[in-house]
Design a protein around this ligand. Sequence first.
Ligand code: ZN
Ligand code: ZN
Length: 306
Amino acid sequence: MTANYIRFWGVRGSYPAPFATHLRTGGNTSCMEVRAGEHVLICDAGTGIIPLGHALIEQPWIQEAMVLLTHYHWDHISGLPFFEPAFTRGWRVKFFGPGQNQAEIEERIAEQMKAPYFPVETEKWLAEIEYLEASEGCLRYGPISIERFHVHHPGSTYGYRIRVGNRTIVYASDNELAFINRFIEQRKAEFDEPEQRLLEAMKEDERLRSIEFMRHVDILIHDSQYTPIDYEKKRGWGHSCYVDTVEAAMDADVGQLFLFHLDPAYPDDRIDLLHRHALTLIKARRHRLVCKVAREGYCIDLDSDF
Ligand SMILES: [Zn+2]
Ligand SMILES: [Zn+2]
């Protein structure tokens, strides 16, 4: 295995989906490992962090990790009470996520392990735990640099722009790309022509703003939860339709897109269908975007040529 890679440990949104019909894609909720040599950066702590924790314990030369949380919805933290390194003496775990200060980050992480929801509290963690200061702008972890940005999702939610060597990666697990644009589109008929022109300009402005964070990145891991039909039923829930994600990635001239935070209700054959449709959208625009489904266990070699 190369020294620098990304591995998906959980690719589902909302809730775990350990069903026989879902195994090719995987059933764990959001968790991604970014490895830069001996440095382990973990994006989100959904149930995917549980097998990752076991795998890390099998590598005794690794005794430290940094965990970045996009937000504190269950599908992004529910693996933490079973994250073996946190219960292992000699280990060191650094946490970062939305919050005004270190105490707030700590409180949000600890809350789910309090009675009556869980039998042991974070006080039982044997690792050295550090909560990182929220005021810091750009974080560094060994050779990895990390910037955060706000995304469109209920509550305060971050996306992360991560740099490893000369590769730029954006991780935006939960983000509703089209919320404002769809809203304008639906209300347009209520306005006269000059107002409609203004709305069109607002739409374009919003579209450009919504893709700024992903412009020209090598690898984009982005919310692609719904089909267009399901999106119409769940507009405002904070997730994207994969069509909007694919179009935005092309507009932003992304190198590789991984469809992530997949709906747990979709079995593998449904995921295959939406992927095939995504590829036809790219072909129709004659774009060079590479688009893959983020599947559990899939590894992206950051040292190979793209
Ligand atoms: Zn989520
Ligand atoms: Zn969420």
